[in-house]
Design a protein around this ligand. Sequence first.
Ligand code: ADP
Ligand code: MN
Ligand code: MN
Ligand code: MN
Ligand code: MN
Length: 338
Amino acid sequence: MSIKAEYLWTDGSQPTAKLRSKTRILAPGTAADALPTWGFDGSSTGQAEGGSSDLVLTPVFSCPDPLRGGEHLLVLCEVHHVDGTPHPSNTRAALRAVAERHEGQEPLFGIEQEYTFFEGARPLGFPEGGFPAPQGGYYCGVGADEVFGRAVVEKHLDHCLAAGLGVSGINAEVMPGQWEFQIGPLAPLAVADHIWVARWLLFRTAEDFGISATLDPKPAKGDWNGAGAHTNFSTRAMREGYDAIVTACEALGAEGKPLEHVRAYGAGVQERLTGAHETAPWDEYSYGVSDRGASVRIPWQVEQEKKGYIEDRRPNANADPYVVTRLMVDTCCTALEK
Ligand code: ADP
Ligand code: MN
Ligand code: MN
Ligand code: MN
Ligand code: MN
């Protein structure tokens, strides 16, 4: 049977790239390492002018398509110009170079992707023309009065597992209709590739339920938690000793670094990092053990065992994992190799 290959890529939407995809029929038996490059109309995705609109899709990661089943595939792509150079929207290309440079330190990431379901104009679980009971009972809740969208969440988890993604857990979040899945620990390129494919599967799965999912970092104004993408990070040295943990935390706070990072951690990050709702103010860098009000948290087991990983709590749900992991590897691994 012919293979339906769904080619996925990130577009040129501003200020936050969106996922796009289209289907290509491949000959039966096409090997995953022989997937052809393809093209698309960049003038329809904010990536080119109409006069020279052709852009190239270069397959970089593929996995079974859990929705279509069988031999069908999801194919994540980088976007290139026809001359082979990376398109400016191709943030993966820059991560490739940085990850390769610091490969010897064996960096690993676990990303906690938060998101919010919407039905029409309201977060799922928000009553028409009003608000649900204040936050408190929803996080990791159970029951129809506390949890909204679980059928979609379970289906999405099954799809991630069937696709072979490195998903490590899910939970209901603090605001009604808000959820989280975690990907990792994985190497930088792998964690970011898996996040993008898992995001696509989330939107695609919810679509069949007539529900939309958003990565909006502040989907409900007022006293409701925002949505982040806490990024857990370690190198071999950090997994072996505490000095490296402290070095990484200090490196993230070095002159100029906090602003450089926060600026690249997703559109609207200042609106989310207010100092309330389990966040640190975006313009004040801090780190601490068990501190969910710090920019960077050292989990308590890590301080107890004197080794492990750190959690950068600042990235928004809508952050680009290629950009976040590149900055963290660059900043921390450069400091650690000294
Ligand atoms: P939280 O308590 O902040 O909600 P989670 O359990 O949601 O934490 O997420 C913790 C993440 O840390 C997981 O995605 C996991 O894969 C990741 N993680 C665990 N160990 C490491 C490590 N050594 N390096 C990087 N990430 C790690
Ligand atoms: Mn056409
Ligand atoms: Mn979590
Ligand atoms: Mn969370
Ligand atoms: Mn967390």
